[in-house]
Design a protein around this ligand. Structure first.
Ligand SMILES: C[S@@+](CC[C@H](N)C(=O)[O-])C[C@H]1O[C@@H](n2cnc3c(N)ncnc32)[C@H](O)[C@@H]1O
Length: 260
């Protein structure tokens, strides 16, 4: 799957709000490295740098277009190209921050457990993942993909994003005598200009694997069929705008500081 920084940043304010909310749940940290995992175009990294300074912050991402945009935005930060399924930090970290990336990483729970084991005492793993696979915005992708004219090309598109682990599994796998776990949901309601704006939003993320798998000639027909479903599910408000409901799951794991 390829990523476009320009498409993603069309909704920068709305997409960065959960990163801001997640960072506000991170307590003071010990000395040590800070990683912004799935840093994208560095909109989340910028918040981390604002709070902790650039010197110890590294952004990690797989997408060349995102990494180029990130390096341009924050020239004093280090950015590296690596896949979170296999990436290993050089040393235990003070913070692993991951806003809107782990929904794309297979074996999410095991990778999160692995990272939790690489926290410094007092260090934090802070994660936000969209919990929107059952929202109309995403159900409409699957329904459109199931239409006979598209189905042959899209058999595996949906599997790219696996369901996120439910809160109970997060507690069972990640909590422990020296690990404090917190899990909560926030439902954002984004007023957007119109139906097309919802389509533009998901073109930056969830719709990409569907569109990339289709022959170019079928992309307009798929997009139109998807847009028709979105128009049915998100009727205009009295001011003409539409409201995109967007539930997100937040998780923090804190390794308890060592007591003297
Ligand atoms: C939705 S963007 C999030 C950007 C930013 N963190 C934010 O707060 O808005 C997801 C990013 O995760 C990256 N990504 C997806 N799968 C990845 C993986 N397996 N390893 C590293 N980065 C990945 C994508 O390239 C993309 O830049």
């Amino acid at each position: 799957m390829t990523w476009s920084a320009a498409q993603y940043l069309k909704f920068e304010d709305q997409r960065t709000r959960p990163a801001r909310d997640l960072l506000s749940a991170v307590p003071d940290l010990p000395e040590g490295a800070i990683y912004d995992l799935g840093c994208g175009p560095a909109n989340s990294t910028a918040l981390i740098v604002e709070r902790f300074g650039a010197a110890r912050v590294t952004g990690v991402d797989t997408a060349p277009d995102m990494l180029a945009a990130a390096a341009k935005r924050l020239p004093d930060c280090r950015f590296i190209c690596a896949d979170l399924s296999t990436w290993e930090p050089e040393a235990p970290a003070a913070l692993f921050f991951a806003n809107a990336v782990f929904q794309w990483v297979p074996d999410t729970l095991e990778v999160l457990a692995w990272l939790s084991d690489r926290l410094l005492p007092g260090g934090v793993l802070a994660v936000q993942m969209p919990d929107n696979l059952t929202e109309p915005s995403h159900a409409a992708m699957r329904e459109t993909a199931a239409e006979a004219r598209f189905a042959a090309h899209l058999a595996d598109a949906e599997r790219l994003r696996t369901p996120i682990p439910p809160p109970r599994r997060l507690f069972e796998r990640l909590a422990g005598p020296d690990r404090q776990v917190d899990v909560w949901h926030t439902v954002y309601n984004h007023p957007l200009a119109d139906t097309d704006a919802i389509v533009e939003w998901v073109k930056g993320t969830g719709l990409r694997p569907f569109l990339e798998r289709l022959p170019a000639a079928l992309v307009p027909a798929f997009t139109d069929a998807y847009r028709d479903r979105i128009a049915m599910s998100y009727p205009a408000m009295t001011d003409g705008r539409v409201l995109l409901r967007f539930p997100r799951l937040f998780l923090t794991v804190r390794r308890m500081p060592e007591t003297p």
